[in-house]
Design a protein around this ligand. Structure first.
Ligand code: ATP
Length: 233
């Protein structure tokens, strides 16, 4: 479980997160939406300890993130907004192996994790292919495999559909459904809600530094009609 309690984050004088409370339970599919600059990326970066809070805290599986960064980064797999330009290696296998290698695991265990992670994103046996020769959708799935190779309990994807055409988007969604069905909790950060509301358990919307709506997608969309941010995008 990811528990966010009273989280405050300031950039200079600007309070981007203002006492945010937000939980993600094991096995949930959550969509985190909000206008550009509403603090979505800042929030999820706290979930695996990439930022220090000005106040409040995040706990992952009961442990304070800042008290055990390795545990948090293992439990929360992050797929960042920029991975399609920022891979750490030239080939698929090397890139996906990067996280497990940093955990200091045996080669056999690393190779097994890479195999399993690539199979989970429908890229089995593609280890030796060059990332710069893959399509956008395949690159996004390599980025997801990199997170999965850490065997996370929670997978958080920041704007995973940027630049993807509809077939590529559907192939990523299909993989997220399969991961969700296998028990991994999935959080999609996006301002493009197409195809997501039907599969999400909850829609959470950030605005003005706080969560303004946190409900089932149907009720959340109804409630958004009554607030100034009419559409979560
Ligand atoms: P987007 O949908 O555009 O990615 P977001 O909801 O993810 O936005 P954040 O990226 O968390 O929002 O940014 C929240 C606010 O904090 C924005 O106004 C942004 O310009 C500002 N901000 C983000 N990172 C920094 C930084 N390193 N230094 C100063 N300000 C920052």
């Amino acid at each position: 479980m990811i528990e966010t309690r009273g989280l405050v984050h300031r950039y200079g004088d600007v309070r981007v997160l203002d006492e945010v409370d937000l939980d993600v339970a094991d096995g949930e599919f959550v969509v985190l939406a909000g206008a550009n600059g509403s603090g979505k990326t800042t929030l999820v970066r706290h979930w695996n300890g990439l930022l220090d809070a000005d106040d409040g805290e995040v706990r992952v599986n009961g442990t304070r993130v800042q008290a055990d960064l390795v545990a948090a980064r293992t439990a929360v797999g992050m797929v960042f907004q920029e991975p399609r330009d920022g891979f750490v290696a030239a080939t698929v296998g090397e890139d996906v192996a990067f996280g497990p290698e940093n955990l200091g695991l045996e080669r056999e265990d690393i190779d097994a994790r890479v195999r399993d992670a690539l199979a989970a994103v429908n890229l089995a046996g593609r280890e030796s292919e060059r990332i710069d020769e893959l399509s956008g959708g395949e690159r996004e799935r390599v980025a997801i495999a990199g997170a999965l190779a850490m065997r996370p309990d929670h997978l958080v994807l920041d704007e995973p559909f940027t630049g993807l055409d509809q077939p590529a988007r559907e192939s990523v969604l299909d993989r997220l459904d399969a991961l969700h069905e296998s028990g991994t909790s999935v959080v999609v950060v996006t301002h493009d809600l197409r195809d997501l509301l039907a599969r999400a358990d909850r829609l959470c919307v950030l605005a003005d530094g706080d969560v303004i709506v946190d409900d089932t997608p149907t009720r959340a969309v109804e409630r958004l009609d009554g607030v100034p941010v009419r559409r979560p995008c």
